[in-house]
Write a protein that binds this ligand. Structure first.
Ligand code: ARG
Length: 589
């Protein structure tokens, strides 16, 4: 379905042509002065130069040709602006079409793409902490957004499961329980089905081992040796690593589920190690890589670079592959398995140099189709109220789980105080609303910017917050619930919508027509914050309308049903938006 602005442009172009001017001047944009018009066109000013005429005369010529328009009314004002107001019948018919459109007016990609989104990026055996929050929240929303416009999308968690962290765990466990069969030299040892640790033990083992390795050089050497042997395929270590993965992945899945984040692919760094030897050989053979102080590097600088781009290191001087090597191999595999049109990385913006190096290397080597877009959506840091990276009260790294628990607790108190929710539903409702508070608090900021995590602000039911949006949706649901069944049924039909009769109703309707454009913009820029800005405005328009309008007590049946229809549509648009943002609404709150 087209956008309302497209319908206006089309008419205005005809008017420019009919008045004898080039249609290219009929550029329509949102009005800077909503009190004067919904849209505006400044083309008469630009045309004045070509036609050597006063802009106001051109504007007047043009609007004379739009007198019969059923789409809009227009007015010429000095020095040559054309102010445009959508005609009431056009507004109604647009919204009716929107209601009947299976995509609710969300524009669909003409040439759907296959897109891989790399987000989450947790590391096994380490608990998720606040640093993982933004990738999960933004990544999930970007995934839903690009899917909503009709692309085929695969979200990949890209687990970090292949580094020293595993060697450290193996070594620590070996010290504690040398009798376990995993450490036996016997190639035919049998390994038990059950993992030798629980997730909480695993989460204790890792930091202990990591701290030890910093003080105890011999321990560190053993851990590096264990990492090496694991990577070489020592059966006992492989079996143990599988157990670490099993226990850790189950826990990660539980945590991501709680965040309503789900991945189509649970691929890991280890999955692509098999490609590294051939990639290294290929880069060497084709002289794309060369030795530099013992390391193997690819030069990725370009003459036009404004700042120096250091070479991409493929192998360290001890022959070990690095983070970049794994990312290169992952692109290699994604091309082989999926032939994507685009790969989007939702990763901390501090890694932007890493991605520049990786992207240039794979382009240089031709490991990815030339037309495949490689995009890094870099996000800023989540800070505490002191403006410094978010920490626990005693200065430690905050576990994501604890952060969620804290918000839920606070929300449960608020919800119980409100008394609109049955006591037995309070916990469940608090979960839904907390998630909205957390995600909206994050997503309403432009991703690349740092933001301040402020629980009090995020959980407030007023202002630009998730709970405020949910509150608006719940208000709509509750009015519809209270409406008579007959009215409700009638209101479900798009035809129930009537022309506007108040300014608030008109403003709400106009705001609804913007939905398609907003999603299109958000998709173009991969910017969920634009959807947040829109639903905040839409919620405000709705609440203004609600305060000015008697809905259920409206005596005129047709008008009452028209109002209810507007509620249904507003509710559907808000629900669709929050679904793209990655949260949902409760029945009451
Ligand atoms: N595991 C990494 C970390 O914790 C993030 C991975 C991001 N994704 C990627 N393809 N490099 O920093």
């Amino acid at each position: 379905m087209d956008k309302i602005i497209a319908r206006i442009s089309e008419e205005l172009e005809k008017a420019f042509a009919a008045a004898g001017y080039d249609r290219k001047y009929a550029v329509v944009r949102n009005s800077d002065r909503p009190d004067l018009g919904d849209f505006q066109c400044n083309g008469a000013m630009a045309a004045a130069k070509e036609y050597h005429k006063a802009p106001i005369m051109i504007a007047e010529d043009v609007i004379a040709k739009t007198a019969e328009s059923t789409v809009f009314q227009s007015e010429a004002v000095k020095p040559g602006f054309i102010n445009i107001r959508v005609a009431p019948e056009a507004l109604v018919s647009y919204l009716r079409e929107m209601e009947e459109d299976e995509h609710l007016s969300v524009p669909q990609e003409e040439h759907p793409k296959k897109i891989v989104i790399d987000y989450g990026g947790p590391n096994v055996a380490k608990p998720l902490h606040v640093g993982h929050l933004r990738s999960a929240v933004i990544g999930e929303s970007v995934k839903r957004l690009v899917r909503a416009v009709g692309n085929e999308v695969l979200g990949d968690v890209h687990l970090g499961d292949w580094g020293l962290q595993i060697g450290l765990i193996i070594t620590e466990l070996q010290e504690r329980r040398p009798e376990l069969p995993y450490f036996s030299e016997d190639e035919n040892a049998a390994y038990p089905e059950e993992a030798p640790f629980t997730i909480s033990e695993l989460e204790e083992i890792y930091p202990t081992a990591s701290a030890k390795s910093k003080e105890d050089e011999a321990f560190r050497d053993r851990a590096m040796q264990a990492t090496h042997e694991l990577q070489e395929g020592r059966p006992g270590y492989r079996a143990l690593w599988k157990k670490i993965m099993e226990v850790s992945v189950a826990d990660l899945k539980r945590n991501y589920h709680r965040l309503s984040v789900d991945f189509d692919l649970w691929k890991a760094e280890s999955d692509v190690q098999e490609y590294i030897p051939q990639i290294v050989a290929d880069l060497k053979d084709r002289e794309l890589a060369h030795e530099d102080q013992g390391a193997l590097v690819v030069d990725v600088s370009d003459e036009s670079d404004k700042k120096q781009i250091p070479p991409c290191i493929i192998l360290k001087s001890d022959g070990a592959a690095l983070y970049a090597t794994t990312d290169i191999a992952t692109i290699y595999e994604r091309e082989k398995l999926f032939k994507p049109d685009q790969i989007i990385y939702v990763v901390d913006k501090r890694q932007s140099m890493h991605f520049v190096q990786v992207f240039r290397t794979v382009r240089k080597a031709g490991y990815i189709n030339e037309s495949t877009e490689l995009t890094h959506v870099g996000f800023g840091t989540m800070n505490g109220k002191d403006g410094k990276p978010f920490k626990t009260r005693d200065g430690g790294v905050m576990r994501l789980e604890n952060l969620l628990n804290d918000i839920e607790k606070e929300m449960q108190v608020k919800i119980s105080d409100n008394r609109n929710v049955k006591e037995e539903d309070a916990a469940e409702t608090a979960k839904i609303v907390s998630l909205a508070a957390l995600k909206y608090g994050d997503l309403s900021n432009q991703a690349s910017k740092d933001y301040i995590f402020d629980v009090d602000k995020f959980t407030s039911f007023e202002g630009n917050t998730g709970p405020y949006i949910l509150y608006t949706i719940v208000r709509i649901k509750s009015i519809l619930e209270r409406a008579e069944a007959k009215d409700r049924e009638a209101a479900e039909k798009a035809a129930a919508l009537l022309e506007t009769n108040t300014a608030e109703q008109r403003a709400l309707m106009l705001s609804l027509t913007q939905f398609g454009s907003v999603i299109e913009d958000a998709y173009r820029d991969l910017a969920p914050h634009k959807i947040c800005a829109y639903i905040f405005e839409l919620s405000n328009e709705f609440n203004r309308f609600y305060h000015e309008t008697k809905i259920l007590s409206e005596a005129d049946e047709a008008m009452r049903r028209s109002y209810l229809n507007l509620l249904v549509l507003t509710g559907n648009v808000l629900e669709k938006c929050i679904d793209i943002l990655g949260f949902s609404s409760p029945e009451h709150m």
